[in-house]
Design a protein around this ligand. Structure first.
Ligand code: PXG
Length: 454
């Protein structure tokens, strides 16, 4: 992005000279220069060139209550003045972390009443891996170490998080996955379902878990981890048959089930958690993102009471972070949950804006480039194809990136995962703003199609 505003160029020079950006091609970014986002309000961002942009991704799936909520800034500032930091290590605690633990227990599925806090979703999943292995060791089954995960799942970017995740391009950098983590097929019918119907494919994909458990031996398997709906992998909503079959398999074998709720949690599906949407009964749930609406970093692991009862017999759990349960983050999370609850934001998503968004998005099915539109709650995906009937892609054209660039240039943030366009707007998006989002998306699909034909 070349800016007209001289300040933009100054910031871009600082980026070139000093900043290493996450998940970026450093050299390419130097040539192009980052877009500088300077402020935000509601569902809109502004860049340093004065462009107003509808944020169809809620930051990075996290800004649930929208930008510019003074209550969250006030909660942070008040807590910073009162107790800016203290740790939870040496048999101490502080009010915000205790009140937040209770507030989370109140909204979590029944029987999930304990929370271990971290600084991020990745740390939450690292905590999960160590806690699962510790749990089985306490139970006298130390061999139950293997964690089964899924290809193209996303569980973070730490060594354990990236290993649990099924992103091969992440594994390739740094000799991952670490031992003791294996991946099964994902329930991505549009991309991998072949000639099967979605229902057949959903059962097939779920059965991969049973096959893997039998292959490894249940005595060696500690847990299965999955996002209720894969987010970063491309908003992959499993076929309706998938989770019911998974539930049968999980009930049959003595392994723990971990729901990674980092994206689905805190209202994204129109329920507090993705597991509520699918009626799942996890032993642990990883949380982050919507927990604080991204205003401040915080993650955690919610743990079911029967698991805690075992952990209680295991002596010290030798794990924790300087910022576990940070008081300022906890104060912000508490206020964020209060806003979600008192303003009935999730009820509105469920009853009003999610059905509206899903209906409006599906209107894009008539577009020549669109092979499928899917979504749940305020999550949506649009598959871009060359041939609707066969689901054939435009090979090697980078259609997703072309479309993403048109979106950026036309005031809409919509992500591209390969040739899948994805959205996850703030939960406070209004119907009018949804209209704007869909209108802009259609316009950008038109521009993409013209570019491909031209
Ligand atoms: N689990 C899930 C399901 C996630 O989506 C994490 C864990 C890790 O959280 P932290 O807080 O450590 O980032 C995530 C994070 C993308 C993208 O490209 C998605 C995430 C992070 C970065 C990029 O969509 N999700």
């Amino acid at each position: 992005m070349t800016g007209n505003n001289p300040q933009t160029r100054k910031w871009q020079a600082l980026s070139n000279d000093h900043h290493l950006a996450p998940f970026s091609d450093f050299k390419q970014l130097k040539e192009k220069g980052p877009r500088i986002i300077t402020h935000a309000k509601g569902v809109y961002l502004w860049d340093s060139e004065g462009n107003k942009i509808l944020d169809g991704m809620a930051g990075l799936w996290c800004v649930a209550v929208g930008y510019g909520r003074d209550e969250l800034a006030d909660a942070a500032s008040q807590q910073m003045r009162e107790l800016p930091y203290y740790n939870l290590f040496f048999q101490t605690a502080h009010p915000p972390v205790l009140e937040l633990s209770k507030a989370i227990a109140d909204i979590a599925p029944e029987g999930m009443n304990h929370v271990f806090f971290t600084g991020s979703g990745s740390e939450g999943n690292d905590t999960m891996l160590r806690m699962v292995r510790h749990y089985w060791a306490i139970k006298g089954q130390p061999n139950k170490k293997v964690i089964i995960s899924r290809k193209n799942g996303y569980h973070g970017s730490t060594v354990a998080g990236a290993s649990l995740g099924g992103m091969t391009y992440m594994h390739e950098q740094g000799d991952l996955p670490i031992p003791g983590i294996v991946h099964i097929a994902q329930p991505y019918w549009f991309g991998e379902g072949g000639d099967m119907s979605p229902e057949e494919f959903g059962v097939w994909a779920a059965n991969q878990l049973e096959e893997k458990i039998l292959e490894i031996g249940v005595d060696n398997v500690g847990a299965f981890i999955a996002e209720p709906i894969q987010g970063a992998g491309g908003v992959i909503v499993p076929p309706d048959s998938y989770w019911p079959r998974m539930k049968e398999i999980l009930a049959k074998y003595d392994i723990l089930f971990v729901a990674d709720e980092v994206i689905c949690g805190f209202g994204r599906t129109g329920e507090w958690f993705g597991t509520d949407h699918y009626g799942l009964k996890p032993h642990m749930m990883t949380i982050a993102k919507g927990l604080t609406s991204g205003y401040i970093p915080m993650g955690g692991l919610i743990v079911r009471d029967d698991v805690v009862a075992v952990l209680n017999e295991g002596g010290d759990f030798n794990h924790g972070f300087t910022y576990s349960g940070h008081p300022v983050a906890a104060a912000v999370a508490l206020e964020n949950i209060r806003i979600l609850r008192d303003e009935k934001i999730i009820e509105r998503v469920h009853g009003e804006t999610a059905p509206y968004l899903q209906q409006r998005l599906r209107e894009l099915n008539d577009h020549p480039l669109v092979g499928e539109v899917r979504g749940v709650g305020l999550l949506g995906a649009i598959e871009l194809v060359q041939d609707k009937a066969t689901r054939k892609r435009y090979e090697g054209k980078g259609v997703g990136m072309i479309c993403r660039q048109f979106c950026f240039d036309n005031g809409l943030i919509m992500r591209a995962v390969g040739d899948t366009m994805i959205i996850a707007p703030p939960l406070v998006i209004s119907k009018d703003e949804i209209d704007e989002l869909v209108t802009k998306a259609r316009h950008c699909l038109d521009l993409t199609l013209s570019a491909l034909q031209g």
